[in-house]
Design a protein around this ligand. Structure first.
Ligand code: SAH
Length: 353
């Protein structure tokens, strides 16, 4: 039995079934045994690949939106450029390279990363060698200043609870101990005040997911952007409103049973962007936009062509494949979305209209 399974079973024996959120949090971020705490899970030889790891084009275009909106808001000095869950630091490195030529942008910014994993903090430090990086445990710890913020596949790693509709109440899906292993079971029926608004668009048997940390984080981002100026670009898979069971475990690029090998697989759930957008008021939010559409509007095809004139052999094929993976509806183009936050007093962001 793995140390993680042993300690989950012990916890269930001591204090009863775990919510899916407790289970996710324990598996992903246990201080010594957690999935993110103990490894770099990214890349071809790891468990999953993300947009910035697929191609530099992703970070370059994101960098241009950030710099463009900074100019548009009057090029404030002393801004916080921040990323949550930066993985290997690739996205931030690409953003910084792409914005080097924007006069004054680098001089105005200080760099802040919100990262829970010591292993990944070390990777990020390496990727951003030459820059002065400050690490934080939480978005709330970022300095109070105009905020240029980005997150890719960060919100999908935050723990969710799952509820199944039963009449006018809900039963929570929980993780129990079963013959020395883990299993799922439903709790008793209870009315849940925070799910009141979902009685209108669900019926008995439907599942809804609730990510408790998401709204406070979005509200923190929105307040700072409304107060000090700035923008947030939030990329993730998901949709406007959560419906259905989206808990997913991935190991070595394959979907696996979330309860098998706890702490050994990435656990994620679809992001409910409506919750983020509403919590971010008084900041304005963009329309929720498919990643493929967004990147096309920002000129990813022209960027790929420009890079291709310098590419030879394999790299040209790689560029074509990367462009397709990032934008095509059969790949990440439609499943992945981007939501932007900006001050209501300013014009909307490029790439969204
Ligand atoms: N953005 C990167 C990595 C995505 S993986 C990319 O696109 O490649 C998720 C990232 O979020 C990892 O860096 C992980 O360690 C971090 N993370 C997950 N939960 C976190 C939390 N609660 N607080 C801070 N970082 C977290």
């Amino acid at each position: 039995m793995s140390a993680m399974l042993g300690q989950l079973l012990e916890r269930i024996n001591d204090s009863g079934p775990l919510t899916v959120a407790d289970f996710m949090a324990e598996c992903l971020l246990h201080p010594t045994l957690g999935y993110y705490t103990t490894r770099d899970p990214l890349g071809a030889t790891g468990d999953f690949t993300t947009a910035p790891e697929i191609s530099q084009m992703f970070g370059e275009l994101v960098g241009l939106v950030l710099a463009q909106s900074w100019l548009h808001q009057g090029a404030p000095d002393q801004i916080v450029l921040a990323e949550a869950g930066p993985g290997r630091g690739t996205l931030m490195a690409d953003i910084l390279r792409a914005t080097r030529a924007v006069p004054g942008f680098h001089a105005a910014l200080t760099l802040h990363l919100v990262e829970a994993s010591p292993v990944l903090r070390a990777k990020q430090q390496e990727a951003l060698a030459g820059y002065n990086v400050t690490f934080h445990d939480s978005i709330a710890d970022l300095p109070e200043a105009p905020l240029w913020f980005v997150a890719n596949e960060f919100f999908d790693a935050l723990p969710i609870r799952q509820f199944i509709r039963d009449g006018e109440g809900w039963r929570e899906k929980r993780v129990i101990a079963q013959d020395g292993d883990l299993g799922f079971a439903l709790g008793g029926i209870a009315p849940i005040a925070t799910l009141e608004h979902r009685l209108g668009d669900t019926e008995t048997g439907d599942m809804v997911e609730v990510c408790a940390p998401a709204a406070p984080l979005a509200s923190e981002l929105g307040r700072r952007i409304a107060e000090h100026g700035g923008v947030a670009l939030i990329f993730d898979y998901g949709d406007w409103r959560s419906k259905g069971d989206t808990l997913q475990a991935v190991k070595a690029h394959q979907k696996v049973n979330p309860l098998a090998g706890p702490g050994e697989a990435d656990l994620t759930a679809h992001v409910d962007f409506e919750t983020l957008a509403r919590a971010a008021a008084p900041a304005a939010h963009t329309p929720l936009t498919p990643q493929g559409v967004f990147l096309e509007r920002l000129g990813i095809t022209e960027r790929a062509q420009a890079l291709a004139t310098r590419a030879a052999g394999g790299t040209l094929d790689d560029l074509i494949a990367a462009h397709r993976r990032l934008t095509h509806p059969d790949e990440m183009g439609t499943l992945f979305k981007v939501l932007g936050l900006y001050p209501a007093t300013h014009a909307p962001l490029p790439g969204f209209e």
